[in-house]
Write a protein that binds this ligand. Structure first.
Ligand SMILES: *Cc1c(COP(=O)(O)O)cnc(C)c1O
Length: 413
């Protein structure tokens, strides 16, 4: 294939920082200090400064960050934790691993994030789902909003609900380091912020890595101990913890990369704007979102008011930068009805694309025992049928963006 365009090109980024990365790895090798130690401390401090979070702990992955947060608040078998059905599996997997039960509440009509209004209806017992599931209110312990694709969830209403219903807030910020909400960086708005540095994330390590921020100093102490088998001091086990450390080599690599993160995020935002403009120019954009999105009954299939020949652009629902918001476009995700046709055409022309996520969590086989029906979260099902993520990474060029847009135009015309 001539000049293929991949969904994500990690090589392009590596080329620009190769020398510094090798030097950083070499420093760890020279120190022979691979577990915890100064490189990890240094990176934790840098993220603290970056996110303005007081307590910051490296761990082995974003999945473990979620697990550690839930362990720190002592989530027990039979407890409930509210989250979005439209997210990567790890968000709900962490809940289930502790024997607790995820509650899936549908996403907003105009973003891909959990809908605080629906959460309220659920907590007040006013919707069908809460009536059917008959959940003991006192056992609902926490909510995990996910900032999907690099855009913040609607946090103020969520924080208010958490106050009112006495829930802990664990932000799944795995896709959103550098995202802003209300002029603040996400991951430091709730009780815990969970970050992933999986290689394909905006701040990607060269292997698995994660980090957790904690607001309350007591809970921070617990997290610090829980990630080291619950030992404090060493060999004296206060809790049954896990082994989840941030690898020193990864920490050193991440320290190099963090310096460039804002520049990379700005590039991603510029690329998203280019996509928006070019899609407008070729007349592919359906201007107003279909009203059926609000009360989706067709799961985004045949009856959907999204026109066959149009797409819907990603919306910055929590505001522009001037309004205190900042979408960092971990993914640039459009909505389309004829997704297969578009993906076929993109494939043919050597252009990568991906569906995040093709099956929402409330209807996954492993959760079938929880008693959900597809129509409990219809917008999530609709999104899973229509979402299509296009190539985006800081080094993507304007002519490549044009090629993606023109290929989609060709597929739809
Ligand atoms: C990547 C991701 C995770 C898990 O992170 P890992 O580091 O891969 O364990 C959790 N939640 C979301 C939304 C993610 O995108």
């Amino acid at each position: 294939m001539e000049n293929p365009i991949s969904l994500l090109d990690l090589e392009a980024q590596y080329e620009t920082i190769k020398v510094e990365i090798k030097e950083a790895i070499n420093q760890v090798l020279e120190s022979q200090s691979f577990i915890m130690g100064d490189f990890v401390k240094q990176f934790e401090k840098e993220v603290s400064d970056y996110c303005k979070s007081e307590h910051t702990f490296g761990c082995a992955s974003g999945s473990d960050a979620l697990l550690l947060a839930l362990m720190a608040i002592n989530i027990q078998p039979g407890d409930y934790v509210i989250t979005s059905p439209f997210t990567f599996f790890a968000t709900a997997g962490a809940v289930s691993r502790l024997g607790a039960i995820p509650i899936f509440i549908d996403i907003e009509a105009d973003s891909f994030n959990i809908d605080p209004n629906k959460v309220r209806e659920f907590l007040e017992g006013k919707d069908q789902l809460s009536k059917r599931l008959k959940i003991d209110q006192k056992k609902i312990k926490a909510i995990i909003p996910v900032h999907l694709y690099g855009q913040s969830a609607e946090m103020n209403p969520i924080l208010n609900l958490a106050d009112e219903f006495d829930l802990k807030v664990i932000e799944d910020a795995a896709q959103s380091i550098g995202t802003k909400y209300d002029n603040k960086l996400v991951g430091n708005l709730g009780d815990f912020g969970c970050f992933s540095f999986f290689p394909s994330k905006n701040l990607g390590a060269y292997g698995d890595a994660g980090l957790i921020t904690v607001k309350n100093p007591e809970l921070a102490k617990r997290v610090d101990i829980l990630r080291l088998h619950g030992a404090s001091p060493k060999y004296h086990h206060k809790y049954v913890g896990i082994n989840s450390r941030l690898d020193a080599i990864q920490a050193a690599i991440l320290s190099v990369k963090l310096k460039y993160l804002d520049e990379w995020s700005e590039n991603r935002r510029t690329i998203a704007k280019s996509y928006n403009t070019l899609f407008e120019e070729v007349g592919l954009v359906q201007e107003s979102a279909p009203s059926c999105f609000d009360n989706c009954l067709c799961f985004g299939q045949d009856d959907c008011e999204l026109l066959d020949s149009k797409i819907i652009l990603p919306k910055e629902t929590t505001g522009q930068e001037s309004e205190g918001g900042r979408h960092i476009y971990h993914q640039y995700t459009i909505r389309v009805k004829n997704r297969d046709r578009i993906q076929d055409q993109l494939n043919k022309e050597g252009i990568g694309s991906s569906v995040y996520y093709p099956l929402p969590l409330h209807i996954q086989e492993c959760f079938s025992n929880l008693g959900y029906k597809a129509e409990d979260c219809p917008r999530a099902v609709c999104a899973s049928n229509q979402a299509l993520s296009l190539p985006i990474y800081p080094e993507l060029k304007e002519d490549q963006i044009k090629k993606v847009v023109n290929t989609i135009a060709k597929a739809l015309n």
